[in-house]
Design a protein around this ligand. Structure first.
Ligand code: UN1
Length: 505
């Protein structure tokens, strides 16, 4: 079979993957598929994946709806036991899945291992929740009356996930939903279907009953939108861009669907005059260029106290220049490619915007071509210095290896700059002054704050999410996820054998 790739016709090879609906691996009803390629070497085919449409989504939702009838009644500890077995399989296959993930989306092996590990952590955590899922008991106002509230599942959850954490994020959504007794239809990012396939395969093998988890591959408009729209899907969870999140929110609004949105970020590292600069440089490199800057938590802005600005810039730029860009499977690589051609062009266009705005390009700024880079979507680690906080490169999410550095006059101005963006996911402050650290913790208006650590590296048992246009008030992970995937039911049991009237007698 020949497919068009950037105008060029190439032969496909590799395995043909299918959707997972009602416990069966089935091809998409329209028969369409797409060939996925390694962003570090586009000659390498990852596989052929389904491009599904509304019919496939309908079938998956119907299967999930049917399965919900029984799954919701399975005791939560038993649901947790299945999740525990999923985690055990992921542990066994971590290396294999991580390698496939690097081939599929480019980030270096150490990071894809971390991605699988996040899925493992979340799965074990939610397996344990099967024996908790705590409600509340509370005294009644009346004698011989018992009062409590319990969590109830909601139904079929539609999940639309991004390519940058292709196993971690689907697990953040699916595991809490499932342990609570909901069933799931997952529509993974079209750039990274393989990791979701692996995750769902492990879930099926661990004994998840048919229809409890369903996987439908495809793109946003053809498969994601019908999933969010489906009237039998009362819960929608989405991670991705703010513009797509707005569309999802609009789809969900008329039916008042439960809708959780995790969207953009413009996260800052704030470096105060007393900071340990070696530590701050390490943090800025990892936060700025980890996953090629393609994290919603990436440290894409760095504000540095003027007193240490020159020294920080010198060290940070030196280190950025030394980063080795290449294939993430190569142990000597520090930074892999960006995900695809379109993302590469977005990064390149922001470099032009930065130059036009008058930011000073201190290193990087170009696509990497030729040699080992000839067949991939590589871009240099790029640092703009002397930026103004109002510049577009310091305000807008780029989702690539581009960092904007700017001088600030102390803590107060640093916090004002930090908060003056449309997003509020993560922020970090480097200082050894306990008063400054606590002031920053209080005043940074974000969902996550770090002290003396970069903006990335959230753990699965703390709430994850952001303020302002990063989210819509919900959080993922931790007990916050249990809150999203359940509804409270308050229960009153009167054992007095007579009519007792609350608030009247
Ligand atoms: C994301 O970029 O969408 O905190 C998630 C972190 C990771 C998760 C990032 N644990 O950077």
């Amino acid at each position: 079979m020949l497919v068009s790739f950037g105008g060029e016709m190439r032969a496909t090879a590799g395995r043909v993957y299918r959707n997972f609906i009602g416990g069966e691996w089935v091809g998409p009803s329209g028969g369409a598929s797409e060939v996925n390629r390694n962003p570090a070497n586009t000659d390498e085919v990852i596989g052929e994946f389904p491009l599904s449409g509304e019919n496939d989504v309908e079938a998956a939702v119907a299967a999930a709806r049917e399965a919900y009838k029984t799954w919701r009644l399975v005791p939560a500890p038993k649901r947790g036991e299945i999740l525990f077995r999923v985690a055990e399989l992921l542990v066994k296959r971590k290396e294999e899945y991580a390698r496939d993930m690097t081939r599929e989306m480019g980030k270096v092996l150490a990071e894809t291992r971390g991605d699988v590990q996040e899925a493992i952590d979340m799965t074990y955590y939610m397996a344990g929740e099967g024996r908790r899922l705590f409600g509340q008991t509370t005294p009644s106002e009346l004698p011989n009356k018992f009062a409590m509230s319990v969590r109830q599942p909601i139904g079929v959850c539609g999940m639309i996930t991004p390519w940058n954490f292709p196993m971690a994020i689907p697990s953040w959504k699916m595991m809490p939903a499932l342990v609570c007794g909901n069933t799931v239809v997952l529509k993974p990012a079209e750039d990274t279907p393989l990791s979701s396939y692996h995750l769902v395969e492990a879930m099926a093998e661990a004994g998840m009953p048919a229809g409890v988890v369903n996987l439908v591959g495809g793109d946003g408009p053809a498969a994601g939108a019908p999933l969010a729209q489906n009237k039998n899907v009362p819960v929608v969870s989405f991670t991705g861009s703010t513009s797509t999140g707005r569309i999802i929110a609009e789809i969900c609004a008329p039916e008042f669907k439960h809708c959780s949105l995790e969207m953009g970020g413009k996260n800052i590292i704030l470096i105060l005059q007393d900071a340990n600069l070696d530590l701050a440089v390490d943090g800025a490199i990892w936060g700025g260029f980890g996953t090629s800057g393609q994290r919603c938590t990436a440290a894409s802005r760095i504000a540095v106290d003027k007193k240490v600005y020159g020294e920080f810039v010198k060290r940070f730029v030196e280190r950025s220049k030394k980063l080795r860009v290449g294939d993430g499977l190569d142990a000597s690589t520090d930074m892999g490619p960006v995900i695809n051609e379109q993302q590469l062009h977005t990064v390149m266009s922001y470099v032009e915007i930065g130059k036009k705005e008058g930011a000073k390009l201190a290193t990087g700024g170009s696509r990497l071509t030729g040699g080992d880079w000839a067949k991939g979507w590589f871009h240099e680690p790029t640092v703009f210095v002397d930026c103004d906080a109002k510049m577009r490169i310091a305000q807008e999410e780029i989702f690539g290896p581009v960092v904007a550095v700017m001088p600030v006059e102390g803590l107060e101005q640093g916090i004002a700059v930090a908060n003056d963006v449309p997003y509020g996911l993560s922020a970090s402050v480097y200082t050894r002054n306990v008063n400054a650290a606590f002031s920053a913790l209080r005043d940074l208006y974000t969902g996550i704050v770090y002290v003396n650590a970069p903006t990335i590296g959230a753990e699965t048992h703390l709430p994850f999410g952001g303020t302002k246009q990063t989210g819509n008030g919900h959080r993922e992970a931790a007990v916050a996820a249990i809150d999203f995937y359940t509804e409270w039911k308050s229960i009153y049991v009167d054992y007095s054998d007579k009519l007792q009237r609350a608030q009247i007698d």
